[in-house]
Design a protein around this ligand. Structure first.
Ligand SMILES: Nc1ncnc2c1ncn2[C@@H]1O[C@H](COP(=O)(O)OP(=O)(O)OP(=O)(O)O)[C@@H](O)[C@H]1O
Ligand SMILES: [Mg+2]
Length: 250
């Protein structure tokens, strides 16, 4: 079964012309959609999690993000590549997390990675500003779409913030709330925060529980990254004070 077949099953009438998914993207689609991924997408579709798959939004080294629909609602579909994933780096964020017992091979690890992102989002959704977790199957994660009409909200590094201090406080608050839920994002920076009227955290796959032996280190790095970014706007916060504020949860 080819990519075309899959797309046909997802209301290709929506793909009015080649410009929605251009030739470049087809190449990527071809690269991303191995047979297993194909089956995973179908499984999500049969469960009603995904109705249509539209264009590609972002092509990362390890995952590609597509815009899709669940009924009339826009969703983001994150497809992790089993081939391109950095096996060793991922292991660092999985080993030591009590939720993940072990994996047999590369494919298994990537599946756990997608599960991890889904679980992390589920843990804090509604408490911090992040995409709504909708479904996950194997290496495919479906979540709420941050943006409008298939165009994702910009990364916070690419906007001119009008209220940098306020945004910085929001992000610190999110870090604290996550911490109170025993979660550290572990890849927090201006690259994984979108701006949609307010900061929205994304890319939770690295997130670890406090039980993880490196959680303290990851937390410190997150806080440093955040303060460094907002520091560019002249927002001054004391690193140690912020860190103790975050950790001081009742
Ligand atoms: N829920 C979402 N809604 C809208 N756009 C999204 C969503 N999640 C991710 N994106 C888009 O895809 C990009 C990459 O997402 P993410 O950071 O989760 O993946 P990644 O594997 O880190 O990819 P990259 O290596 O490009 O950073 C984001 O910067 C954003 O443009
Ligand atoms: Mg990212």
């Amino acid at each position: 079964m080819g990519v075309g077949d899959f797309l046909k099953r997802f209301d290709v009438s929506e793909l009015k012309s080649e410009d929605r998914i251009d030739r470049e993207d087809r190449k990527v689609l071809g690269g991303v959609f191995d047979r297993q991924t194909h089956l995973s997408l179908e499984r999500l579709a049969s469960k009603g999690v995904l109705t249509e798959l539209l264009g590609i939004v972002s092509r990362g080294k390890e995952a590609s993000i597509f815009h899709g629909r669940r009924g009339r609602r826009g969703v983001a579909v994150k497809i992790y590549s089993v081939e391109a994933s950095d096996f060793r780096n991922m292991g660092k964020y999985i080993k030591g997390d009590p939720r993940f017992s072990g994996f047999r091979n590369r494919r298994q690890l990537v599946y756990e990675w997608a599960q991890k992102e889904f679980k992390n989002l589920s843990r804090v959704y509604g408490l911090v500003s992040c995409p709504e977790p909708i479904g996950v199957y194997n290496n495919v994660l479906v979540m709420g779409f941050i943006g409008k009409a298939g165009v994702p909200a910009p990364k916070i590094k690419d906007v001119e913030l009008k209220r940098p201090e306020y945004c910085c406080d929001r992000v610190i608050e999110y870090v604290k709330v996550m911490y109170s839920k025993r979660l550290v994002h572990a890849d927090l920076s201006e690259y994984n925060i979108l701006y949609s009227g307010k900061p929205v955290l994304i890319d939770f796959s690295t997130g670890v529980l406090l039980e993880h032996p490196l959680s303290g280190e990851f937390l410190e790095r997150d806080v440093r990254n955040v303060l460094k970014f907002f520091g560019r706007y002249g927002v001054k916060k004391d690193y140690n004070e912020v860190l103790s504020y975050v950790k001081n949860v009742k």
